[in-house]
Design a protein around this ligand. Structure first.
Ligand code: UDP
Length: 312
């Protein structure tokens, strides 16, 4: 049992982390400013005496009373639509927010885990992506605000590790889905499910030939917690290696929802990566043979049920 702080704890992944850590008997402090997170995500946790919520922007100094064993830094907008609307906040939370969270870890002697991203690989020229690939990122494009902030966050994390001896972990999160994604966050999973449930055409960007690999959120959380408890400081990819095209994914959502929707082709956003698939050799080797156990179809059924239940 430990006392663990989660930044972005009211977000999609953050709230699943808080829930899992509480179920294990840990004390959890959730810090979130609700920029893209939501009070609904943590509402069921508020009754738990082991759960504390602090409403704060982590780009400002973070004060926490008492000891901390670990800090999981998950605060950030995480959807391409959000980076377009919140470019400066995205850059600030990845840079200033990571600095504040690392400073707190140093002060408390806490272990620090950074939520990094497959976006550090940009539009990758190596496929599937291994952790030793340095990436192909356009720093001045619309996605650069997220990609470069996360790359800076990785650099700062390694600097605190090397200079101050902070125990650090870096997870590179690939596309993840599940309940509590925001319906309007603009990413492909909520977009397609919401469109399918309304029997509207699914908006496939470009020709739909670009690929992604989708991981169910509980598999991601399991990988993150195994990484936290490992002794490995270099980045580790966590994601589901099953790759599919966006068009295949659209057809899968139509089939699973039983929708009458068709496909509507829309322009491809700038710098949209053409392929993405994690090489999880490192995670398998270091994290007790970790690999995803939830089939994409199964996870999608649960996610569709969530969206049905909250449909207005
Ligand atoms: N996409 C799409 N239709 C949508 C939303 C997204 O075709 O309504 C595509 C997008 O262009 C990208 C993929 O789906 O190729 C995944 O997009 P998402 O925004 O979920 O995240 P990304 O993996 O690009 O960060």
């Amino acid at each position: 049992m430990a006392r663990i702080l989660v930044t972005g704890g009211a977000g999609f992944i953050g709230s699943h982390l808080c829930e899992r850590l509480l179920a294990e008997g840990n004390d959890v402090i959730c810090v979130d400013n609700f920029l893209t997170g939501s009070p609904d995500n943590i509402a069921p946790l508020l009754a738990n005496p082991r759960f504390t919520f602090i409403q704060q922007d982590v780009t400002n100094f973070i004060y926490v009373k008492g000891p901390l064993d670990a800090i999981l830094h998950f605060a950030s907008p995480a959807s391409p639509i959000d980076y377009l609307e919140l470019p400066i906040q995205t850059l600030k939370v990845g840079s200033l927010g990571t600095h504040k969270a690392l400073g707190l870890a140093k002060e408390k002697g806490a272990r620090f885990l950074l939520a990094s991203t497959s976006e550090t690989y940009g539009d990758p020229l190596v496929h599937p992506q291994t952790e030793d690939y340095w990436g192909n990122v356009n720093p001045i494009g619309p996605r650069g605000v997220y990609d470069e902030a996360k790359r800076f966050a990785e650099a700062l994390t390694m600097a605190y590790h090397r200079t101050h001896g902070v125990e650090t972990r870096i997870v590179r999160v690939f596309n993840t889905f599940g309940p509590r994604m925001r319906r309007e966050d603009g990413r492909v999973v909520p977009n397609f499910i919401a469109q399918a449930l309304r029997n509207e055409d699914l908006t496939v960007y470009g020709d739909g030939g670009q690929t992604r690999s989708f991981c169910y959120v509980t598999d991601l959380v399991e990988g993150i917690l195994r990484l936290l408890r490992s002794d490995y400081a270099l980045p580790v990819n966590i994601g589901n290696p099953r790759e599919m095209t966006v068009l295949e994914f659209a057809k899968l959502i139509i089939a699973l929802t039983g929708s009458r929707s068709g496909i509507a082709y829309k322009p491809l956003p700038e710098d949209d990566p053409k392929v993405r698939q994690p090489d999880i050799t490192r995670a398998r080797a270091l994290l007790g043979a970790w690999e995803p156990v939830v089939a994409v179809e199964e996870g999608l059924r649960w996610t569709i049920d969530f969206f049905r239940g909250t449909s207005s």
